[in-house]
Design a protein around this ligand. Structure first.
Ligand code: GAL
Length: 750
């Protein structure tokens, strides 16, 4: 018996299923295709197998073509992969009519042919109806029906891939493409993205999993569910059931299971006839944040920076049993507070520091807090918090989606915890400027000023996106040579936040990529924003070029991206978040390192699906971003908020670490073998301590919180578990910390 385990991306292109081939029959085999012929330009004849590509370049399929002699090329190009497919492949399969063509990631859109027959496409070409839609994040996993494709067994076959790259690196970029003949069981999809979880009062989770049969053949076999506990290393339960599913159908499986850190359902379907099997892991979500108290509490930062004389709309984040009544003492003239909604609106007074005494009451009690309005030049005194359209909707975002998201922030209670910005990312711009040069919104954004008023009416902030180049990354119009005019337009719409993304401007500095050349366009927009009669937070997005953390504030920025784009994978969290460790000393109020937006909840750049991060990875993601004092911008489709995500995003003790007014980022004080400890000083003298398990096994560690909080072991301390919002029993000495795979323990210690 041979067993071959590998990771492949499943059909949906957004989730990884672990496939295990075992039992009877040989492994299906996989042919990798590390190289391809490549040429820029476009010609439909290139799809044909006999097209002469002998003069084309030969390049690797693992790295984008821009790193292989085609620097800076955006537009159409073609790959042609010649591959000999041995007939022995089909002999090993119980389903020889199918060929799986796995093309990993392609930047940005592709159309693919096998021997001249179309077998798949992802994204949309600029010349297709609807126009360009880049899908560089999606995994391409195409299945060809061999009854329709003339395959030449044991001879040369050609996979022809037409690519369009909008901007930045182009073409293949993820891992090596491959082909294989799948087994019948591979047609079954039952990955975690198809699961729904309901939390029950008894602490158990009701799992309903929709399994779909994508192949035109009946599935008949057994579904085995094993409940595995990482902590004990034991299987807690095993259930097996007969499982049949007609071609093209789906059905729902249900279990009620105990859950907790590191508990997962391991599923395995075994085909009755061949014994081939396919497996999937379902890490079970579990809730850590306790429910909100009925007694009022005021959350969010206790300080806000705004420029004198500029308009202000601010919602006091507060929880407690509705209805809440808000009041304020020492509210400066020019500002009013709506007692029912808690929205403070009006004009920021003359420069100075205004401590305002906020009070919130209901039938259960009252809370008060001094909230200081710092009228001056400094903005974003704590990290921006809110929602951005990109990770959910990509370039197809609309006014209706933005309004719905704003409403949900308020109605779900997220705004009551401080999630208060609503930022439109790329895709709002009209196709052309008006005759006076103004750039209006496109048909999906017919009335920007009205949208601004709507958001401000809810006490939320309004964010927008542009690029210093002629085009944005999504190929919309940028601000190039219209910087001052665009800044004035944004101000007239009521914009409070601008994300300014390098995109096509990188072509202009390609030849002299000096720090000065990178600063120039950001300086220009920084000045244009400062000239506006609004307080507009300025967020730089140029992927960390030229150590932006050293000069971002000098060009007027309050936040700057450190890396390329985040994806909803642990590797990506490592690359964007954990890699920020060497640069955390640059962080201060109004100077935030930005490891990119959050990838919890349903994300997917135009096709939102549950995040591929496990529940523990999501706890780590939110913990790390809080520790880094990073901007917290949700990237999820808020219409699909589930109980786990709400609970994850609603922990005010964790969010308070992020919003702490000292404004320092955590330092990584220990970088062990598969574990890390980060420490963040807080304004009241406490320290936040994050213990992260970087490994994929459950880990038990002994740490003395006093060592990290006070620099010396053995001293007495008081510690709280921030996620569980509980004091630790121990007030001195070492404690045991239990960390599921990629999980975290977050403490505050005094
Ligand atoms: C990328 C940027 C993303 C998103 C996108 C829009 O360059 O990093 O966050 O803004 O462009 O096209």
């Amino acid at each position: 018996m041979t067993t071959l385990r590998h990771w492949i991306a499943c059909l949906s292109g957004t989730i990884l299923l672990q496939h295990a081939y075992g039992a009877a029959g040989a492994p299906p085999g996989r042919i990798t295709m590390p190289q391809a012929r490549f040429a820029t330009g476009d010609d439909p004849r290139r799809a044909q197998p006999d097209f002469d590509d002998s003069s084309w370049a030969t390049i690797d399929t693992k790295r984008n073509y821009e790193k292989q002699g085609f620097e800076g090329y955006d537009g159409y190009s073609w790959y042609r992969i010649h591959v000999t497919i041995p007939s022995s492949l089909k002999a090993s399969s119980d389903w020889p009519q199918r060929l799986r063509v796995y093309l990993s990631g392609i930047d940005d859109a592709d159309e693919t042919w096998l021997n001249g027959v179309p077998i798949g496409k992802t994204g949309r070409m600029p010349d297709a109806p609807g126009g360009f839609d880049g899908r560089w994040q999606a995994v391409r996993d195409y299945h060809a029906d061999l009854s329709k494709v003339p395959l030449r067994w044991d001879r040369d076959n050609v996979i022809a891939i037409r690519v369009y790259d909008g901007v930045g690196g182009g073409g293949f970029h993820r891992d090596v493409p491959s082909i294989s003949i799948p087994n019948r069981a591979d047609g079954l999809r039952f990955g975690p993205e198809r699961a729904q979880f309901d939390f029950r009062r008894d602490g158990k989770v009701a799992v309903s999993l929709n399994a779909a049969n994508d192949f035109p053949t009946r599935q008949r076999g057994r579904m085995v569910m094993e409940l595995f506990d990482q902590r004990s290393g034991k299987t807690l339960q095993r259930q097996a059931q007969a499982f049949t599913l007609a071609a093209g159908q789906s059905r729902t499986l249900n279990w009620v299971l105990p859950t907790g850190p590191g508990v997962e359902a391991r599923l395995r379907y075994v085909d009755a006839q061949s014994g081939h099997s396919i497996a999937s892991r379902l890490p079970l979500p579990y809730l850590l944040t306790p429910p909100d108290s009925a007694v009022p509490a005021i959350h969010g930062a206790s300080v806000l920076g705004a420029r004198p004389g500029t308009p202000l709309a601010h919602r006091i984040p507060a929880t407690g049993k509705a209805p809440l009544r808000y009041s304020a003492a020492k509210l400066p003239a020019g500002l009013t507070l709506d007692a029912a909604t808690g929205v403070i609106a009006g004009t920021v007074p003359a420069a100075g520091s205004y401590p305002i005494e906020l009070r919130v009451e209901n039938t259960a009690g009252a809370a008060s807090q001094v909230w200081t309005l710092e009228a001056g030049d400094k903005l974003a005194l704590t990290p921006p918090m809110g929602w951005n359209s990109w990770n959910a909707f990509g370039v197809n975002v609309s006014d209706a989606q933005v309004r719905a998201s704003a409403r949900i922030l308020v109605e779900s209670g997220l705004a009551a915890k401080g999630w208060s910005s609503v930022n439109i990312d790329d895709g709002w711009q009209a196709a052309a400027r008006a005759s006076d040069g103004e750039l209006p919104g496109n048909e999906r954004f017919p009335n920007m000023p009205a949208l601004g008023r709507y958001l401000h009416g809810l006490g939320l902030r309004f964010g927008i996106y542009s690029s210093p180049g002629p085009a944005t990354c999504g190929k919309y119009l940028g601000a190039y040579e219209h910087e001052a005019q665009d800044a004035a337009t944004y101000a007239s719409w009521g914009v409070d936040f601008l994300k300014y993304d390098l995109c096509s401007y990188s072509d202009m500095i390609a030849k002299t990529p000096t720090r000065a050349a990178h600063m120039l366009p950001y300086q220009k927009m920084g000045e244009a924003l400062k000239a506006q009669p609004r307080s507009i937070v300025y967020s730089l997005c140029q992927y960390g070029e030229q150590q932006v953390w050293e000069w971002g504030a000098d060009v007027g920025g309050q936040a700057w991206r450190m890396t390329g784009d985040i994806l909803d994978t642990w590797d990506s969290v490592l690359e964007t978040g954990f890699s920020a460790a060497p640069y955390t000393q640059h962080v201060a109020p109004g100077r935030w390192n930005d490891p990119d937006m959050l990838v919890v909840g349903h994300v997917g750049w135009g096709d939102p699906k549950p995040s591929r991060l496990t529940p523990d990875e999501q706890y780590s993601h939110i913990s790390l971003w809080s520790m880094l004092a990073a901007p917290l911008l949700l990237g999820n489709d808020l219409t699909k908020l589930d109980a786990f995500t709400m609970n994850l995003l609603g922990n005010t003790e964790v969010l308070a670490i992020n919003q702490d007014i000292l404004g320092r980022a955590a330092r990584r004080v220990q970088d062990g073998d598969d574990w890390q400890i980060w420490v963040k000083p807080l304004a009241d003298g406490r320290k936040a301590i994050g213990v992260f398990n970087m490994g994929d096994k459950f880990r038990r560690m002994r740490i003395d919180p006093a060592l990290y909080a006070k620099g010396q072991s053995g001293l007495p301390y008081q510690a709280r578990d921030a996620w569980r919002q509980q004091a630790l029993a121990s007030t001195g000495g070492a404690i045991d910390v239990e960390l599921p795979a990629h999980g975290v323990m977050l403490l505050t210690v005094r």
